[in-house]
Design a protein around this ligand. Structure first.
Ligand SMILES: [Zn+2]
Ligand SMILES: [Zn+2]
Length: 163
């Protein structure tokens, strides 16, 4: 029976002590260690300072430049470029694309509102007007305190500027 070396994928016998090609020790311990190293490399983030080293999660320093990036730096280096690309697209989107996004947003909002109204009427049995006034009062109060969860979040950059 044959299986592949986990390091170089050469064919190895089941009872071989080491891989014939790369010399990798075929013990449970070394195989486990190799998989651990591979998992750490797979989850490594780009170093925000030198942009060369891949810093594994949990590592103290970048293996390439020896810099000590914070977790926040690492996340920013990874999430930053795609976020900038989306923002660039939104800023440079042609007018008809912006208009389309606005229409889709409006349609979705109207659908959601319609569904919500139906649901509220079903639950409150028609006495929803007083409750609606009360919740408006609550929403206004919490928005003034700056604690309204919906105040700062909108589906996209484009729609926020459009409304
Ligand atoms: Zn091998
Ligand atoms: Zn680095």
């Amino acid at each position: 029976m044959k299986f592949r070396c986990p390091k170089c994928s050469a064919a190895c016998g089941l009872f071989d002590r080491a891989c014939q090609r790369c010399g990798f020790l075929l013990t449970a311990r070394s195989v486990l260690r190799l998989y651990l190293v591979q998992a750490r490399q797979a989850t490594a983030l780009e170093c925000p300072r030198c942009r060369k080293g891949a810093v594994p999660i949990g590592a103290k320093v970048c293996p390439a430049c020896g810099e000590i990036p914070t977790f926040r730096d690492l996340v920013e280096a990874t999430v930053g470029p795609p976020r900038r690309r989306v923002r660039n697209y939104c800023d440079n989107a042609p007018p008809h694309a912006k208009r389309l996004a606005q229409w889709i947003y409006l349609l979705l909002s109207a659908t959601l509102l319609w569904w919500l109204l139906g649901y509220v009427q079903q639950v409150t049995g028609g006495h929803w007007l007083g409750l609606a006034a009360l919740s408006m009062l609550y929403l206004t109060a919490s928005a003034r305190r700056g604690g309204c969860p919906g105040a700062g979040s909108s589906p996209s950059h484009t729609t926020r500027r459009a409304w």
